[in-house]
Design a protein around this ligand. Sequence first.
Ligand SMILES: [Zn+2]
Length: 115
Amino acid sequence: MEKFKCAGCKIVWRAIDLQPIVGRIEERVKAGETMPHGECSACGGLCYVLTFPIAPKKKYNHAYQMAFEVVSKHENPDDITEREVLCGLLLRVAGFLEHENDTLQACEPYDMYEM
Ligand SMILES: [Zn+2]
């Protein structure tokens, strides 16, 4: 249910409790100002719809892991260079661009937190 707050005494009212605005509205509300909904039953001040700040939308950070292959001449993985790993990773990602359906199958979420 909408509530209305008096700009004068700050009392919050239900719509049914507001009084009609008496007098010339243009003398009490200037052009461009928010239109009041009625007068305060206590002090006669103008009452405006009470708005609540919009809660920011929650965001979540999801960590994913992905497997990919590195083809090299090295038997020992310790000998594989950073550049060879990068090439393997890029080839895997390039494959996702050709076969989008593979992306969710190859990438697995393993952690999440609210930001
Ligand atoms: Zn009031």
